[in-house]
Design a binder for this molecule. Structure first.
Ligand code: NAD
Length: 317
């Protein structure tokens, strides 16, 4: 089995020069055993199913918990779709390994059963503080005392949840990005109460399952990636809205000036303009409202959603 490791000289890139995680199977550094040997994922949604697949591809059995039989059925179907997306990226040759990974994933609707043997629980339930706190309060009652809890929340700080977990020393954020196997950063962010040994174990585990762990030394809304990306995208939107330059000019400037492969509007197209609209329209900033309106009238109403629909700021077909 070939394990392609992240190239430490270029974090985020593999030795083969691609950022994609093509590794499979448990880490060599642990002699075939990963730091956590069984994982439970809460929420069979977009991220939960991807995290489950990524973990199971590295030989770790995964239980995916969701609230109802219907949610589990939807999760199974979503997982099948995620497998096809993954194979579209890495090639059909990986199908047997992907199928073996899927066979290591089981679904459950009973929380106590789902977490009974879990060394690590990764929570990927909807992004609502009240809901997450409620989920952790129930989890705290049924999970083994030494199980580590990690939230995949994109926007909530773990310190806002820590007291609900009943084990703030064994709780932190482990943030995966959409398309986990391709955008394979795992931002690891504790609170002041997180045990440093737990932080290290989670970061090590992330690496064992083919991620590039990004260790944050303190809490930061948006972690590292979105702390950089969001101001860039906002500034790009402002330049277009104020009529300073068109999207292509902004992107060309950014690519030539920094050597980056994509400009901000190409990134918008990848993220998807419906997501960009949802974020902008929920923001209290006056500039954000104007940007939401621009996206709605100029793009969404014409069916231009970005790469996913074949057209956004650019054409893809
Ligand atoms: N979608 C993304 O691109 C993305 C990227 C990074 C991080 N995240 C984070 O991941 C988390 C989940 O996001 P998502 O996009 O996968 O959401 P989603 O809506 O696709 O999935 C959420 C899942 O949680 C289930 N759920 C609802 N209540 C639950 C409960 N009480 N217990 C267990 N499961 C429950 C739902 O049935 C659903 O299957 C959020 O915190 C989000 O910030 C999302």
């Amino acid at each position: 089995m070939t394990i392609v490791r992240p190239d430490r000289a270029h974090p985020g890139r593999t030795a083969a020069g691609t950022r994609r995680d093509t590794s499979a199977g448990p880490s060599e550094q642990t002699g075939g055993m990963t730091t956590f040997t069984s994982v439970t994922v809460l929420g069979a949604g977009v991220l939960g199913t991807q995290i489950a697949l990524q973990t199971a591809r590295h030989d770790v059995p995964v239980v995916v918990y969701d609230i109802s039989d219907d949610a589990v059925a939807a999760g199974r179907e979503r997982l099948s779709g995620i497998v096809e997306q993954y194979l579209g990226d890495v090639g059909e040759g990986e199908r047997p390994a992907a199928e073996a990974a899927v066979a290591r994933i089981t679904f459950a609707t009973d929380l106590a059963e789902a977490v009974a043997g879990a060394g690590l629980v990764v929570e990927a339930v909807p992004e609502r503080l009240d809901l997450k706190r409620e989920v952790y309060a129930r989890l705290a009652e049924v999970a083994p005392a030494d199980t580590v809890f990690a939230t995949n929340s994109s926007t909530l700080l773990p310190s806002a949840i820590a007291d609900a977990t009943g084990r703030p020393d064994r709780f932190l954020a482990l943030h995966f990005a959409n398309h986990v196997w391709r955008q394979n950063t795992a931002e690891v962010m504790g609170t002041e109460q997180t045990d440093p040994a737990v932080f290290d174990r989670v970061a090590t585990f992330a690496e064992e399952i083919g991620m590039v762990p990004i260790r944050l030394r303190k809490e930061q809304p948006g972690y590292v990636l979105n702390s950089l990306l969001v101001p860039l995208l906002d500034a790009a939107a402002g330049l277009v809205l104020r009529g300073v330059a068109d999207p292509e000019t902004v992107d060309t400037t950014w690519r030539i000036g920094t050597g980056a492969p994509l400009g901000p509007f190409q990134i918008y197209d990848v993220i998807g303009l419906r997501t960009a609209y949802a974020v902008a329209s929920a923001s209290p900033e006056p500039g954000a409202q104007a940007w939401a309106e621009h996206l709605r009238t100029e793009y969404l109403e014409q069916g231009r959603f970005g790469v996913e629909s074949g057209e956004g700021f650019y054409r893809y077909r």
